[in-house]
Design a protein around this ligand. Structure first.
Ligand code: BTN
Length: 328
């Protein structure tokens, strides 16, 4: 959002304020004030006007300006009602030299998941990609994927959904047969009751010693019907678990703000990740590019390696598909 529009919005939220007073405060013409007010109305803001002047009555449920309004993180939001893939768009922006942009969409028509899978992204979700340029070696970049999982988990918990993280970056909810969440009950955490709420796909470019850009793509099944998502992924949604729609604007703001804090202190990510992890202490089977590793997941190491106690000793795993097994 441009700077003046931000200031108009701030003044309206403290309103009522008259057009002439606003024009004088901001050093712009009255017709420019009127144009900003109209643009905000077109973006879905309800702006009341009476004898006392203009005042902000309602912020839209979702959208770029809505998310930027009150956002406490230095990102521009580029919003699309519908787009093939926010990650693809963020990669294009990276190629143009952009940074600190969140590409946000209500719907994706060609969403991509890990392992080149499709990611079904109907209207009502929160599909976003965060583009930034950290000054770190490429080997450290996986920590940002874990940071995204922490940020999404915290936002879900603030929305009343007891999400947990499965290594490396799936955000899950354990759901009872009645459909309610039940984090902490080990009996239901295994055996197909963990449902996927959020998926994360990180892409990056750079030289070995320095990242050029990172795009962290986060797909949140927010206000979507899990029956409209592929059943193989065992999906659920915030709306299904809560029994009512989530405020996508607030959720997105919390997610982006937490991610912003964590990206500045990568060394703090693992402790937060451990706090939310459901994988640690469980028996796991990880399919890695080098073969299968099976044993008890005992810890996570910077920048995101899983430490597994196997029959042949400790092994660390950098990447792979992780399955939680029933205790023996
Ligand atoms: C996974 O397979 O679990 C990762 C899914 C990542 C989906 C998100 S939605 C926003 C961003 N845009 C994409 O095309 N993919 C990611």
């Amino acid at each position: 959002m441009n700077e003046t529009r931000h200031r108009v919005l701030d003044a309206l939220s403290d309103g009522p304020v008259s057009g002439p007073a606003l024009a004088e405060d901001l050093g712009i013409s009255r017709s420019a004030v009127w144009k900003h007010v109209e643009a905000l109305r077109e973006a879905g803001f309800t702006i009341a006007s009476d004898d006392a002047g203009y005042s902000l009555a309602e912020v839209p449920e979702f959208g770029g300006l809505a998310v930027e309004y009150g956002l406490d993180a230095p990102f521009d939001i580029e919003y699309h009602d519908s787009i093939p893939s926010t990650n693809a768009r963020a990669r294009d922006l990276a190629a143009e030299g952009a940074s600190d942009v969140v590409v946000l969409a209500n719907e994706q028509t060609g969403g991509r998941g890990r392992l080149d899978r499709d990611w079904v992204s109907p209207s009502g979700g929160i599909w976003l990609s965060i583009l930034f340029r950290p000054d770190v070696p490429m080997a450290h970049a996986p920590v940002y994927t874990l940071a995204a999982a922490v940020a999404a988990t915290r936002a879900a918990r603030e929305a009343g959904v007891e999400a947990t993280i499965k290594w490396p970056n799936d955000v899950l909810v354990s759901v009872t047969s009645a459909g309610t969440s039940s984090a902490g009950d080990d009996d239901v955490l295994v055996g197909g009751e963990e449902r996927k709420l959020v998926g994360i796909l990180t892409e990056m470019e750079g030289e070995a010693d320095r990242v050029s850009w990172v795009v962290v793509g986060i797909g949140v099944n927010a206000n979507v019907d899990p029956d409209s998502l592929p059943s193989e992924a065992n999906p659920t949604s915030l709306q299904a678990v809560r029994g009512e729609a989530v405020d996508r604007r607030l959720f997105t703001q919390r997610l982006v703000e937490t991610f912003d804090t964590l990206r500045q202190t990568p060394e703090s990510v693992l402790d937060e990740w451990r706090e939310y992890a459901t994988t640690l202490g469980k028996r796991v089977r990880v399919e890695t590019p080098k073969g299968v590793v099976e044993g008890e997941a005992v810890d996570v190491e910077f920048p995101g390696r899983l430490v597994v106690e196997t029959d042949d000793g400790r092994q660390t795993v950098s990447a792979g598909d992780c399955e939680h097994l029933r205790p023996v």
